[in-house]
Design a protein around this ligand. Structure first.
Ligand code: 26Q
Length: 819
């Protein structure tokens, strides 16, 4: 097309979308243009976009049907989607058109975008990974669909009061969500509770279980369209709400179902009410179990319904369907799929088992022992009696297999059993997921090795071929193109825009890392992003930070293993060195923190208080506050991450080695030209491999060394305190009430835990961390060398696109293709 033609078609695009927005304002919102609030304009715009999306969903579905393509179903209790308006416009190629359409109506699109609430249907990495995968699947044109829960309340909103986290409910769709397309006609009824009776059929002597006296939950799906880049493929994320029969038009079900459903409905709305805010396991609550089962049962019914549109037998099921379980949270899929195939479709056990294992894959996201899901058999028996029977049967058959291979090895059998014997019998969901899947993967090389050698070595010995690695990735569409439009434009102007769908092509930037003009542009953009973040910080924290300082950023969930404390210890180190020795830091830094603590995680909440307290003292101290500022930005979420990450100079990835399965923030920062200071942990190791060790700051002990110290009990932190004067001074400051004048003794627990049995080895790594931070400061003082390294990080980050990750899953596990 010539440019004038382009302009004309653009113009018609502008007019078309403008008209659609006007029509929705008038006929959907029933308002006059001048009476619209900003949120109304958002809704009208979003609904105009939504209309395009619905067309795309139908077309895409038609294409998949025609091809009789194999589909992937990604089951996850969390999808941390964030905002959708900007993302959808970008992927549809309508961002500029829409901006002009609104400008013409006197409205600024950026302001409208800011009114959109985040869809915070996840806690952190695992939930955001699921959202990135959805984006990549659609961009690759692959038939991949998400199944999740349409929580009424997303992850709590975080306020800070007197330095402490305060949780507030996140009623994210209080005004409805324009992105959710409700599908009441595809609702389903899910039985729960009750008992199992054997009902002989008079023909054979087999066991014929009948599930009696159950109650029901009603699941109603709503689809969130997922636009692939370029807009050719639009998949969807199907989110289920649990509703009560009063709220639901029961005529939709047939007569028999109707009576049963009305009689047996439990107070079901509770089930999809709220996302559990812990990102590591807490006491097995019944409601969480109901949620997990609700997701699994709704998804399995829907997947079967879709399959049965084109198939009359289950012979081809595993050739047409792949199901991925995002951690053990949906592990009941193993039992539910078996139950549906056997009890409801009369398959023999062995056939059902073959189909189930050939269909299912399982991704593990953690090695932390406290995060491994277990449910008490007593609870399962009460809530899901038939599923427990099936789990016992799976375990019986599995035990026979183990004993056949390892005759007499009862100890091994005890370790591998799905059932943990003891005072209260427990069902190990990880074992169920491994046994019921054909593939078990970790999320970074080191993590996948540790899954095999430390987490479940017996299973690895039994089935070495089941285990594999899929190193995580993130979508560059959201985390570079959308979050950092200035850098994206510079890259486009320099090497073209192929990187948007093929991140490896960023390699073409390498020669530019040494180019003075390019470095200059790159720095100018970083500076602009820092100014933008400084405005966010002024609005949120009422603190002025200087964009000329080094922005040293740690944003992620607050967890002891992620070691926000190590970061704080370094800050205190620099502070006391300045105030007690008069040795000022070489570089002025702004320390930025953000992240939520699980409401029940006391230590994590205290760490937030500590960060705020240290900030208060340092920010008010005239001796250092030109050189040091510490800010904790409240309410970390996807949309805030999009502001913070492009503004970072230094990315803190400092978990105890062996504890962070992968990390994905590390990738987002490097993609935006921050340098990483990090331990040899999770995906940091692979980032180091890619960018080169001269372009990353690695410090601290390795996982193996720490493991050895654990085994030999040779870690003695008190010795560090007693023999290392720098460490001593930091810990003494912590103990001295310097940072808690109003609440004496508030932080002594930290002193005690650091010099006591500290599982996270803070003091072991502190000297090397401080030393490495000093190196960072020296290098930041050489702007050209720093820019060269930062640009090289961007140029070499291609591996960490979720497009690459999803292609590997598609090839090795799902066996699906682009359609
Ligand atoms: C389980 C049972 C009951 C209540 C809550 C939970 C629960 C919820 C969320 C347990 C764990 C999570 C989330 C875990 C998570 O986000 N893990 C992170 O996954 C990322 C993606 O693979 C990795 O990069 C991170 O290293 C890992 O910590």
């Amino acid at each position: 097309m010539t440019t004038s033609e382009e302009r004309r078609s653009d113009l018609s695009g502008v007019q078309t979308i403008q008209e659609a927005i006007r029509l929705h304002a008038k006929y959907t919102l029933a308002k006059r243009w001048n009476d619209l609030t900003r949120r109304d304009v958002f809704l009208a715009t979003a609904m105009a976009v939504r209309d395009c999306l619905i067309d795309g969903i139908l077309e895409t579905e038609e294409r998949y049907q025609q091809a009789d393509a194999k589909c992937l179903y990604y089951l996850s209790m969390e999808f941390l989607v964030g905002r959708s308006l900007g993302n959808n416009l970008l992927n549809l190629g309508l961002l500029d058109v829409c901006r002009r359409a609104l400008l013409d109506l006197g409205v600024d699109l950026e302001e409208v975008r800011e009114t959109e609430p985040d869809a915070a249907l996840g806690n952190g990495g695992l939930g955001r990974l699921a959202a990135c995968f959805m984006d990549s699947l659609a961009t690759l044109g692959m038939p991949g669909f998400g199944y999740g829960i349409n929580y009424e309340y997303g992850l709590f909103k975080q306020g800070i009061e007197n330095g402490y986290q305060k949780e507030q409910p996140d009623h994210w769709r209080a005004h409805g969500s324009p992105w959710l397309v409700e599908r009441p006609d595809e609702a389903c009824i899910i039985p729960v509770y009750g008992r199992i009776e054997h009902v002989p059929n008079g023909v054979d002597n087999k066991y014929h279980p009948a599930w009696k006296d159950w109650k029901v939950m009603i699941g109603v799906p709503a689809d969130m369209p997922i636009v692939g880049y370029g807009g050719r493929t639009i998949n969807y994320l199907r989110l289920y709400s649990a509703v009560s029969e009063e709220e639901f038009d029961m005529q939709i079900f047939n007569q028999g179902d109707y009576i049963k459903a009305v009689e047996a409905n439990i107070a079901a709305e509770r089930v999809s009410k709220v996302l559990y805010p812990s990102d590591s396991i807490e006491a097995g609550r019944e409601l969480r179990l109901l949620q997990e089962y609700f997701l699994v049962a709704c998804a399995v019914r829907d997947i079967l319904r879709r399959y049965q549109r084109n198939h009359t037998t289950f012979d081809e099921f595993a050739e047409k369907v792949a199901i991925q379980m995002n951690d053990t949270h949906p592990a009941l899929t193993v039992a539910e799929l078996m139950r549906v195939l056997i009890d409801e479709n009369s398959l023999e056990w062995d056939d059902a088992w073959e189909i189930t294992t050939a269909t299912l894959g399982f991704t593990n996201h953690t090695l932390m022992p406290e995060a491994l899901e277990r449910w008490s058999s007593a609870l399962l028996e009460r809530v899901l009696p038939r599923h427990l029977q099936i789990i016992y049967e799976i375990n019986q058959r599995f035990s026979a297999l183990v004993l056949e291979k390892y005759p007499g090895d009862w100890e091994r059998l005890r370790r591998m059993s799905i059932i943990e014997e003891g005072e209260r019998k427990q069902v190990r969901m990880g074992h169920l997921a491994i046994i019921g899947s054909h593939s078990v993967n970790g999320v970074a090389q080191l993590h996948s090795e540790l899954v095999k050698t430390r987490l479940v070595p017996d299973f690895y010995q039994l089935w070495p071929d089941k285990f594999n690695n899929k190193t995580n990735g993130v979508t560059q569409r959201r985390w570079l193109l959308k979050a950092n439009p200035k850098l994206a434009r510079l890259i486009n102007n320099t090497i073209g825009d192929a990187w948007i769908t093929d991140l490896d092509t960023l390699r073409a930037l390498e020669p530019w890392a040494d180019d003075a003009g390019f470095q200059e542009e790159f720095r100018r953009i970083k500076r602009a992003n820092k100014e933008r973040l400084a405005r966010v910080i002024r609005d949120a924290n009422e603190i002025d930070v200087d964009p000329a300082t080094l922005f040293d950023v740690q944003v992620k969930r607050i967890h002891e293993y992620k070691r926000q404390l190590l970061n704080v210890l370094h800050i205190i180190h620099d502070y006391v060195q300045a105030t007690e020795e008069g040795k000022l830091p070489a570089v002025a830094r702004t320390y930025v923190f953000a992240g939520k603590a699980a409401p029940g995680y006391w230590a994590a909440k205290q760490i937030i208080k500590l960060i705020n307290s240290v900030g208060q003292v340092i920010n008010a101290d005239r001796r250092v506050n030109e050189l040091m500022k510490v800010v904790f930005i409240p309410d970390y979420k996807v949309s805030l991450a999009e502001r913070i990450i492009p503004a970072a100079d230094l990315s803190e990835q400092i978990s105890t080695a062996g504890k962070e399965a992968s990390g994905t923030g590390n990738m987002k920062f490097a993609m935006n030209g921050a340098l990483t200071i990090g331990t040899f942990d999770g995906a940091n190791i692979e980032i180091c491999e890619e960018v080169g060790e001269e372009n990353i700051y690695i410090f601290g002990l390795r996982a193996e060394a720490l493991e050895q110290m654990r085994e030999t009990r040779s870690y003695n932190p008190r010795e560090y305190y007693e023999t290392n004067p720098a460490i001593r001074r930091v810990l003494d400051a912590l103990q001295s009430d310097l940072f808690c004048k109003d609440e004496p003794g508030l932080f002594t627990w930290i002193f005690d835990s650091l010099v006591g049995q500290d599982e996270y080895f803070h003091l072991a790594d502190l000297p090397s961390y401080i030393e490495t931070q000093e190196l960072v400061s020296r290098e930041f003082l050489q702007p050209d060398a720093w820019a060269r390294k930062a640009i090289t990080n961007v140029a070499r980050i291609g591996k960490f696109s979720s497009d690459r990750t999803v292609m590997e899953y598609a090839r090795d596990i799902w066996n699906i293709e682009s359609v």
